[in-house]
Design a protein around this ligand. Structure first.
Ligand SMILES: Cc1cc2nc3c(=O)[nH]c(=O)nc-3n(C[C@H](O)[C@H](O)[C@H](O)COP(=O)(O)OP(=O)(O)OC[C@H]3O[C@@H](n4cnc5c(N)ncnc54)[C@H](O)[C@@H]3O)c2cc1C
Length: 461
């Protein structure tokens, strides 16, 4: 078979959107019809919604890192690395491999699914002192860090040090921040029983958000139920408040309070991957502005989806609601993955493409233990029924049978035997703050991409 003449489909990013697309392409296309290539820095698809459960030790990190090489239909060529620029004119993607080589990858069709990175602001000390909750390494690190605060507070004779090690601040009252605060508070609540020298009353979790409500998408009643659960557990919720500055041993809130703490977790939203800016194309709040068919207007064979793209929300528009773009959720990303694959296949076969239309199925929020709130198909649930729906939803959305089995086993083991609160120490003494995990400074400018592609032939370094 002549591999050179086959159209080349390049998918960037192995998240919900990218893997959804690749798996569908593998099913729809015969091997002779196209060559499929996937660029991804990691050998797994990360099931991000369960990250707070990794941080709190309910799940092991491996259970939410779903293998890319387990599918029976698997035949995609995987380039281990990250795209650092795309030249739309030359149809070349510039990639930095995991061994730091720079290679050019030509394509006929490109599907951009690099997701998002943590949104930060120009707050003094933020990127140097805050932890994120967006990668597997961050979740594992935060867990170790929180347990180490208990270990160090337990060993210390200094009351001021003890107090600062036992206060924890989470910024961001969306589902990611709320779940993180709730699950980690439960971790320290349970762990402190193993530290007889620590007064549990000294442990204080703060959840703050500049918005007036937690998780507004839940609606007033369910939102206030979630707040009641958290307050009952002793979490201090401050709304209309953000961070003025962050230091190694204290955080200053915008209302003037200074909290002695060594733990600041920042989950205040996401922005599209910096890869999108390298295209020099039109964006909407940083996300690539695509049509409802998930393609880039005026460019042949360029598609984008998931958190990185501003996809018109056709379901809302059909309902007569205000024109909007789909929110950055896994629910949309994985469904868009299938539509984009169908549209690439349609283009290859000279058939019409179809628009992406999906009505939001609702939200599930795990608050740890048997506490949860969820709103499947508009039905408001609390407590155990909400938790059953949350876990059932995540479990069924895991892509492989092995991942499902691992997660179910972990949940069962945790329910029966609890947590051992083991601190692994793998990342101790290594920089592990926001600026160290998301590699946001690796990308080229549009001019650098152009210069690089012009200066080197396709496939070269
Ligand atoms: C803590 C947390 C909880 C969440 N809970 C929920 C929830 O309950 N329900 C829900 O619907 N959504 C939830 N989300 C949001 C959801 O995870 C995202 O919307 C979803 O992951 C977006 O899918 P994606 O494919 O666009 O991006 P991702 O799933 O993030 O995948 C992007 C992929 O691209 C890779 N990548 C990044 N840059 C490059 C590059 N330059 N080159 C190559 N590859 C690259 C990344 O490594 C990653 O594998 C949560 C998010 C977080 C952080």
């Amino acid at each position: 078979m002549d591999t050179v003449t086959r159209p080349r489909i390049l998918v960037v990013g192995a998240g919900f959107a990218g893997v959804g697309c690749v798996r569908r392409l593998e099913r729809q296309l015969a091997a002779s019809e196209a060559e499929i290539t996937l660029v991804t820095p990691f050998a797994y698809q990360l099931y991000l919604p369960l990250l707070p459960q990794v941080a709190s030790g309910v799940l092991t990190p491996q259970s939410i890192a779903v293998s890319l090489r387990r599918s029976k239909k698997y035949r995609t060529r995987i380039i281990p690395g990250g795209a650092i620029g795309v030249d739309l004119k030359a149809k070349v993607c510039v990639i930095r491999t995991i061994t730091d080589e720079i290679v050019n990858e030509p394509y006929d069709y490109i599907v951009l699914a690099p997701g998002s990175v943590t949104r930060t602001f120009d707050i003094p000390g933020l990127t140097e002192h805050a932890f994120g909750m967006k990668t597997l390494a961050e979740a594992a690190y935060v867990r170790d860090h929180v347990i180490s605060q208990l270990d160090l507070a337990d060993a210390s004779h200094d009351p001021a040090e003890r107090a600062s090690r036992l206060q924890f601040v989470v910024v961001g009252g969306g589902y990611a921040g709320t779940e993180t605060a709730a699950c980690l508070q439960l971790l320290t609540h349970n762990a402190v029983k193993r530290y007889p020298r620590i007064d549990p009353a000294l442990i204080k979790w703060h959840l703050i958000d500049i918005a007036p409500k937690l998780m507004p998408e839940l609606g007033d009643k369910l939102g206030s139920s979630a707040q009641d659960v958290l307050r009952r557990r002793g979490i201090d919720i401050s709304l209309g408040v953000s961070i003025a500055k962050a230091g190694p041993e204290e955080v200053t809130f915008t209302d003037g309070r200074v909290i002695p703490t060594r733990t600041l977790i920042w989950t205040a939203g996401v922005v599209a991957s910096p890869l999108i800016a390298t295209l020099g194309a039109q964006t909407l709040r940083g996300r690539l502005a695509v049509t409802s068919h998930l393609d880039l207007p005026g460019q042949d064979g360029v598609f984008a989806l998931g958190d990185a793209a501003a996809v018109p929300d056709e379901a809302k528009a059909a309902n007569g609601e205000e024109a909007a773009v789909c929110p950055p959720t896994a629910q949309h990303a994985m469904r868009q993955g299938k539509v984009v694959a169908d549209n690439v296949v349609a283009k290859l076969r000279g058939r019409p493409t179809r628009p992406y239309v999906h009505k939001d199925l609702g939200l599930v929020v795990d608050l740890g233990g048997t506490d949860a709130v969820s709103k499947p198909l508009g039905i408001e649930l609390r407590g155990l029924p909400a938790q059953a729906v949350a876990r059932g939803y995540h479990w069924s959305a895991l892509r492989t049978g092995v991942a499902k089995a691992r997660v179910l086993t972990n949940w069962t083991l945790n329910a029966v035997a609890g947590d051992d609160f083991v601190r692994t120490g793998f990342q101790a003494r290594r920089p592990a703050k926001l600026k160290d995990f998301e590699y946001t400074d690796s990308y080229l400018t549009p001019e650098q991409v152009r210069a690089h592609v012009e200066g080197s032939g396709p496939g070269s370094g």
